[in-house]
Write a protein that binds this ligand. Structure first.
Ligand SMILES: [Zn+2]
Ligand SMILES: [Zn+2]
Length: 261
């Protein structure tokens, strides 16, 4: 059987982009790195933009969407986004060649990947997350940029073979850190970003017997550390008895291919 796998090319406020692939189908999740950087990080993982069938944009914030136009116009890669994201991101303008609308609760297929779209609680116009499944029903679920783990998100991502979950900040570091009060308030709100602690609570409910790998995503460089996120996630995994591997995505380099056969 072929391998369903993901590499997080970059993760965090300086740019989010992941590549998910199975058989001959590869797609990007978000386009928050420059086109050049996306290309060079794909090359580090033995892939290229030529292999990419689609870009699934979660929301219009620049760290997720800023290269979508370039990739769409210059490389002809179709962009999938919710209507709200497309409008807020300026996608429907004449510059874009090919934008396709998705919505929370909808499902679609691109090549060998089945895609389930779920709404997320975030302060984008209409943010979503994506779960990708292969023909055998194995799933990669990725969710970042959410103020809390809503019921629909928990349902959509429960038991995925590979789970990428935001661990944005440590609440104490954020409260005592350098961010201005309005930004702290935004991040801590119900439509902001997931703290290590909230993510770990959710992780205990999300991992299942088939979960083989967990990746902490969107780790803040100012209000968190990779070691802290790793420790909190490790404790949550240990508490469930899960034997899933654990990785923490970086902002400046791609993870290995993480997947299941
Ligand atoms: Zn973000
Ligand atoms: Zn965002």
């Amino acid at each position: 059987m072929s391998r369903l796998e993901v590499s997080f090319l970059g993760s965090g406020s300086s740019g989010n982009c992941a590549v998910v692939r199975v058989n001959g189908t590869s797609v990007l999740v978000d386009a928050g790195l420059s086109m050049k950087e996306t290309e060079s990080r794909l090359a580090l993982r033995g892939s290229s933009l030529d292999a990419i069938s689609a870009i699934f944009v979660t929301h219009e914030h620049a760290d997720h969407a800023h290269a979508a136009l370039d990739l769409n116009r210059r490389r002809g890669i179709p962009v999938y986004a919710s209507r709200g994201t497309a409008v807020a991101g300026g996608f429907p303008g004449p510059l874009f060649a090919d934008v396709r609308t998705v919505a929370g609760g909808k499902e679609l297929t691109v090549g060998d990947l089945h895609v389930r779209v779920t709404s997320t609680p975030h302060d984008g116009a209409e943010s979503v997350c994506y779960v990708f499944a292969d023909a055998g029903g194995r799933r990669v679920g990725i969710v970042t940029d959410l103020g809390h783990l809503s019921r629909v998100v928990l349902e959509a991502l429960a038991g995925c073979e590979v789970l990428g979950l935001e661990a944005n900040h440590d609440e104490d570091l954020l409260r005592s850190g350098p961010y201005p009060p309005y930004l702290k308030k935004r991040i801590l709100s119900a439509v902001g970003h997931l703290s290590n602690e909230s993510a770990a609570d959710g992780l205990k409910r999300l991992v299942g017997p088939r979960t083989g790998a967990v990746v902490a995503l969107h780790v803040s460089r100012h209000n968190n550390t990779r070691a802290l996120a790793e420790r909190v996630f490790r404790e949550a995994l240990d508490a469930t008895g899960s034997r899933a591997t654990l990785a923490v995505a970086r902002h400046d380099a791609p993870t290995e291919w993480i997947g299941v056969y």
